[in-house]
Design a protein around this ligand. Structure first.
Ligand code: SF4
Length: 182
């Protein structure tokens, strides 16, 4: 279901309740899928092959592209967290958890408005202490959001198209999520 402008305004009123740094809509045709982003997952990320939310479990970049192209538009949003130290993993994880909670709540807003959603979010899923991949099905598929980059999508490029600045300052973490809608 394609959202009307009136529905978007109603959703915007609900979004005002969240500590969002910025958001915007784009048609899915604006999303690029890059094999080189997947290459970085494969060669540099320790989570590659360890989670249902990461490659290769999410499928090839071509399969991800075909999945996204079955939808109408993309809603991208960012939240910003300030931390004392970028070296403290616990603090970083806590801010990621906050963003993931917001991502689930905003996904539910779109679902309530009648949309089918495909949500992509930050890094590797952190719902369980130990992911079941590849031995058993995902325990919480309703809140397991694949990593944006796992689809070969460069989130900074999308943010630029939506006019959302990417803050690169010590002590500031910008988290992005993408909710794909139809
Ligand atoms: S919800 Fe649990 S089982 Fe599913 S991808 Fe996340 S960590 Fe793995």
């Amino acid at each position: 279901m394609k959202l009307s402008e009136e529905q978007k305004i109603q959703i915007e009123e609900q979004l005002a309740e969240f500590p969002l740094f910025g958001y915007g809509y784009l048609p899915v045709s604006e999303v690029s899928f890059l094999e080189r982003v997947r290459y970085i997952c494969e060669t540099e990320c320790p989570r590659y092959g360890k989670s249902w939310s990461c490659p290769p479990a999410v499928g090839t970049v071509e399969e991800c592209k075909a999945r996204v192209n079955g939808y109408d538009e993309v809603f991208l949003f960012a939240s910003v967290s300030e931390v004392d130290s970028m070296d403290n993993m616990q603090t970083m994880l806590a801010t990621q958890k906050d963003h993931e909670r917001i991502t689930k709540q905003i996904t539910d807003i779109f679902k309530t408005a009648g949309c089918e959603t495909l949500t992509l979010s930050t890094e590797s899923c952190i719902q369980c202490k130990q992911c079941t991949y590849p031995n058993a099905p995902c325990r919480h598929p309703e809140c397991q959001f694949p990593c944006v980059e796992s689809y070969g999508i460069m989130v900074v490029e999308l943010a630029e198209k939506c006019g959302i600045p990417f803050i690169q300052e010590y002590g500031v973490i910008t988290w992005f999520s993408v909710i794909i809608l139809r």
